[in-house]
Design a binder for this molecule. Structure first.
Ligand code: PLP
Length: 420
């Protein structure tokens, strides 16, 4: 079953977005938590799933379950069609030049590690460097540190300013000849900052330095076109974009994939295996050893279908309105400090409340039915930059409402008093 559009693409505006209709597609949103209506503002952590995705996973196991590529029987063909169909849809979703440049993975962490071990490690020499930024998720820092340490290379971080924007001139200054790869988040998972990826890619290309973009927090909110961005690698995780957990992709330029050795060895990634030597399948299959998350990718296909039906024009109009409204309402709270006020943001709001620990607030908010995240958000260097151990983070999705923002602010005012 496909989603009904909440608005027509030509009339995409917050005023015409029928959020109540959209919410009917998300069964979990009707839940109560601690006997309160759920307000789910932890979407940057993982998104909720529409019934179209849940149904696709259910239908896979009820009607089509078989392994991919190993069977000539009907069920095997159906499972393969769902899995390979998701690759086609993902290729279109990010405007990859070819489906063969889309490696299906378990998520961004695996995608980045694949590049770290298969692209970076064989190339890095002592004295080389990898450039990343202060605002990265650990998934875009730690793999580089591991392979850099093995090679005698280093990891450098480009700075940000107090507003949470990357200082582009500094990033460019740091693109020195020893830098062999640059890695940047498209959107920060803590600050919501949208990085100027096209500009960064242009600067990297001028210097012959490949650029990897962590797209985890971008794809749920904006159309992504890897060709227009001009980067070399783009990593995506599925569970933040309506799809099941354990799904994701790495897009890479064909020449990189061809030059990269396999990372995992096993079934399905070979052409011929002999004890005298094995020859490998072509990309992307040489990177997809073993049985993949077939049901998950059946769900991924449905997730992309859902985005297509709703349309990013409508999603962006509604999320933009929600972000502005939530930011304005939070500013009313005495002692509240926003962390991350970039000019261009996706709907992720980190903040601190004077006199109250972030984790205490999140625990009390949970008792009010409000799910937000507290902690370091897998971004220790960013917390170190702001000199705090943790922030609270409210991250919104297109299925959230203004009324939920009001309920969240009311709950925050209530629990803040308890801690004062
Ligand atoms: N990168 C960013 C910016 C993220 O927000 C996350 C998850 O929070 C990741 C990478 C890791 O994604 P996954 O755990 O799905 O591999």
């Amino acid at each position: 079953m496909t989603a009904k559009p909440a608005t027509t693409a030509s009339a995409a505006s917050a005023a015409t977005f029928d959020v109540e209709r959209v919410r009917e597609d998300f069964p979990l949103l009707a839940r109560r938590v601690h006997d309160k209506p759920l307000v789910y503002f932890d979407n940057a952590n993982t998104s909720q799933k529409p019934r179209q995705v849940i149904d696709a996973v259910d239908a896979h196991y009820r009607e089509h379950n078989a392994n991919v590529a190993r069977a000539v029987h009907q069920l095997g063909e159906e499972a393969t069609a769902a899995y390979e169909g998701a690759r086609d849809q993902l290729a279109k979703f990010i405007n990859a030049p070819s489906r063969d440049e889309v490696v299906l993975t378990s998520g961004t962490t695996q995608s980045i590690n694949l590049v770290a071990y298969s692209y970076a490690l064989p190339r890095l020499k002592p004295g080389d460097a990898i450039l990343t930024t202060v605002m990265e998720h650990h998934a875009n820092i730690v793999p580089w540190q591991i392979v850099a340490a093995r090679a005698g290379a280093t990891v450098k971080a480009a700075p940000i300013d107090e507003r949470g924007e990357l200082i582009v001139e500094k990033f460019v200054e740091l693109l020195t000849p020893e830098v062999k790869l640059a890695c940047v988040a498209h959107v920060s998972n803590v600050l919501g900052t949208v990085n100027p990826v096209r500009e960064l890619a242009r600067e990297c290309r001028r210097r012959g330095i490949p650029l990897l973009v962590d797209g985890s927090q971008a794809v749920p909110h904006r159309p992504v076109d890897v060709q227009a961005l001009g980067c070399d690698f783009y990593a995506v995780t599925g569970h933040k974009m309506l799809a099941p957990t354990g799904t994701g992709l790495l897009w890479a330029r064909r020449e990189h994939l061809d030059a990269m050795p396999p990372f995992f060895g096993g079934g399905e990634m070979i052409r011929e295996v002999k004890f005298s030597g094995t020859t490998f399948a072509e990309a992307p299959h040489k990177f997809e050893a073993g049985t993949p998350n077939i049901a998950g990718f059946a769900g991924m296909g449905a997730a992309i279908g859902y985005y297509r039906t709703l349309g990013f024009d409508a999603i962006r109009a509604w999320e933009g309105e929600l972000l502005a409204y939530a930011t304005e309402r939070l500013r009313e709270i005495p002692g509240l400090r926003l962390v991350g006020e970039a000019a261009e943001k996706e709907p992720v709001i980190s903040f601190l409340v004077e006199g109250a620990q972030a984790t205490d607030l999140a625990t009390l908010l949970d008792l009010e039915g409000v799910a937000v995240r507290s902690g370091h958000h897998c971004a220790h260097p960013l917390m170190q930059f702001y000199g705090v151990p943790a922030t609270l983070r409210a991250s919104l999705a297109f299925y959230n409402t203004r009324e939920e923002v009001d309920a969240f602010v009311a709950a925050l005012l209530k629990v803040r008093k308890l801690l004062m």
